[in-house]
Design a protein around this ligand. Structure first.
Ligand code: GLU
Length: 285
């Protein structure tokens, strides 16, 4: 049975792109008699606005969706910490503390990861932090874990089988200074805990899956299939965003629009003027 999910972060209101993502996941589950889960990804304490989660539920109801809700990420922090420390730090010895600032990394980085972030130049791996590590982020030694895990593959329903290339990301952060865990660690563990068999999300997260597949191998987690769907783009070909003028679902709802009609239009790819659906299936690493 398919178990899939919609996993929004309550950092800002949902817009049409989120509606398309939720509908895609919901309908994939419905078509196969599967389950559709909602998980609130509220791990980023500084940016999370808890009041938005209720608004998200009202938006999904307005679109005519039904779902099962699983515990929000903020209730699972001890699990992230335990897995990172027990398995990656103690058992495998592949995590190290890092004190570098964003500015220092940007100045020293020579490569860019497939998700556009600078590849960590390895400063604190080569010169280990001594003393107090309470204000450190924890990074994974990518060369070592790639050697431990060996070659890995993963499958996207639309793009087909992929060779995992986590090496292109360098030593990513798994436990952040300012949040209990990185997106990579939290999402991967949650998908396992929630019994997700099909990870449905936008193509903008396609490249992250290389890192998620590696974490699954290291932590002994189940390996799902992925469905990275095309994105709704604005007139300039950019991902929709509220800050660039895409209306919030809550605004449309409060203005009296019919959410079920909107949902059916999105399903039929009848998009509002100025919005298109991306045609690339994925960005190659
Ligand atoms: N929470 C992420 C977001 O809102 C989605 C994560 C995922 O689907 O894996 O962009």
């Amino acid at each position: 049975m398919i178990v899939t999910r919609f996993a929004p972060s309550p950092n800002g209101p949902l817009h049409l792109g989120h509606a398309f993502s939720a509908l895609t996941a919901h309908d994939l589950a419905a078509r196969h008699g599967g389950r559709f889960l909602l998980r609130i990804e509220d791990i980023d304490g500084a940016r999370s606005r808890p009041e938005l989660a209720d608004e998200f539920r009202r938006d999904l109801e307005w679109l005519g969706l039904e779902w099962e809700e699983v515990p929000a990420q903020s209730t699972r922090i001890a699990d992230y910490d335990r897995m990172a420390h027990e398995v990656l730090y103690r058992a495998l010895g592949v995590l190290y503390p890092c004190r570098c600032t964003r500015g220092e990394i940007a100045a020293a980085a020579r490569e860019t990861a497939p998700d556009g972030s600078p590849v960590y130049p390895g400063t604190c791996r080569e010169h280990p932090v001594s003393g107090d590590t309470s204000h450190c982020a924890w990074r994974i030694d990518m060369a070592r874990v790639c050697a431990i895990a060996g070659p890995l593959v993963w499958t996207d329903e639309l793009a087909g089988e992929q060779q995992a290339r986590p090496d292109l990301f360098g030593d990513v952060v798994l436990l952040r200074k300012d949040a209990p865990a990185s997106y990579h660690l939290a999402a991967t563990l949650d998908d396992h805990t929630d019994g997700i068999t099909l990870v449905t999300r936008g193509m903008d997260l396609f490249a992250s899956t290389h890192v998620h597949r590696l974490l699954q191998a290291l932590l002994g987690l189940a390996v799902p299939t992925w469905h990275h769907h095309p994105l709704l783009l604005d007139e300039e070909g950019r991902k929709l965003a509220k800050r660039r003028g895409s209306p919030a679902l809550a605004d449309l709802r409060l203005a009296g629009e019919d959410g079920r009609v909107l949902a059916d239009r999105l399903r039929a790819h009848k998009l509002p003027a100025g919005i298109t659906l991306s045609d690339r299936l994925h960005e190659s690493p």
